[in-house]
Write a new protein. Sequence first.
Length: 477
Amino acid sequence: MDDYFNNSGNTPEQNNQETPIGGYYVPPTQQNAEQYQAQQTYYKPPVTPQTPPQYEINGSVPLQPKKKKNHTLTWIIVLIAVCAVIGVAGIAISVGMQSFNSNSSSSNNTTQSQKADENGDDSASASVVGSNEAAKKDSDGNLTAAGVAEKTKNSCVGITVYTQQSAYSYFYNYGQGSNSGESVASGEGSGVIMSESNGKTYIITCAHVIADGSSFTVTLDNDKEYEAKLVGYDSQTDIGVLSINATGLQVAEFGDSKDIEVGEDCIAIGCPGGLTFKNSVTRGIVSALDVPVSSQIGYNNECIQVDAAINPGNSGGALFNMQGQVIGINSSKIASTEYEGMGFAVPSNTAIETANSLIKNGYVAGRAKLGITYNTLANYNSANAILNALENEGFKNAEGTMVIQEIDSESDLKNSDIKQYDMIVAIDGKTLTSVDIMTSALSKKKPGDTVTLTIARIQNNSLKTFEVKCKLIESKE
């Protein structure tokens, strides 16, 4: 089909064909060709008479007939020509730049390839691009977690506790001698710079962090270390205070813990696991308020519950709100496979009130006490028999019963009929199911207040109970 439509421009003679004459095909012969040539009539154009040439007046130059010039067309042609020139020039420049960039890129690639070959590494390489600095404030101008950390970290410290090593100790019945008692590091915790006065800076922490220590060091965020002295501690609130001889350090800002709301964001900063992780930051929310948590000394502290990670070593560290204010001192954590994300902190109002009193008085002023020394009923062989007898008297589960050992001379009980080995089984009608009941009740009282104690006494091999009024005195311990 292609050959049928395409004769490659050949003439009939080249295709070995004869043009038909009169509609009939005549095979080509020499005679026919000569006759055909003789019969052809050639066309001759008619002769046109020539117009005489016209001359200018002076007769020097032949004058052609003049045509009327079209200036508009001329300007259009000129404009098109100019645009064409500009377009060609632009294309040339663009092509030139592309060529230059291509050559430059090729040159750079060649150089990098040569360097890679020289280094023996022909693999592709990656580069690190600087990231934007973490935002310290959000779009409303409030501090972010990064902003709180930056604002407060210089107020957060690490604490190392040292204890006096005994001169002689036993290890699996083998004695280990020591020439002298040496201080050895026995624990680490966290603290917060709370105030400065008279050339000293005071550090607030937890009582259980420093209670067993004989000496201490405080390490700042910049790793500068100071020797610290014990100011005092209060086991009831689990708050303690150290001091260092330094000034000009960044004092933390404390917020009112009464303004805390459940669900608000919070930041915990401390040393989980010790100084290796100094001033680690964790974030969470306030899960609950006024949560009773039993402390190591048998007292229910009303704490702030948070879900920010709080681990051993965080104790004594700060719990911040999103304004960078301390709203609590991290104190403990429920560590169990059944619980996760339950941390607790002593409210800032309680912590500051306790710490200020320790600095001023060496003890917590205004705290009430009975004025006795006691032992718990569980330490006696007859405990189970006595508990059964108390249950028969209506005091069920009275495991917190306090057996009186001594009565202070200042105690109001000194003027009563109370004797040694009498037992306190209830206060203000509430059975002592644990010692916490007594401690919690006294924490709500002030010196001079009166409480009603239920006393149990064993007499003639039988148990009897009675009540006595007691006016509370101030505790200076």
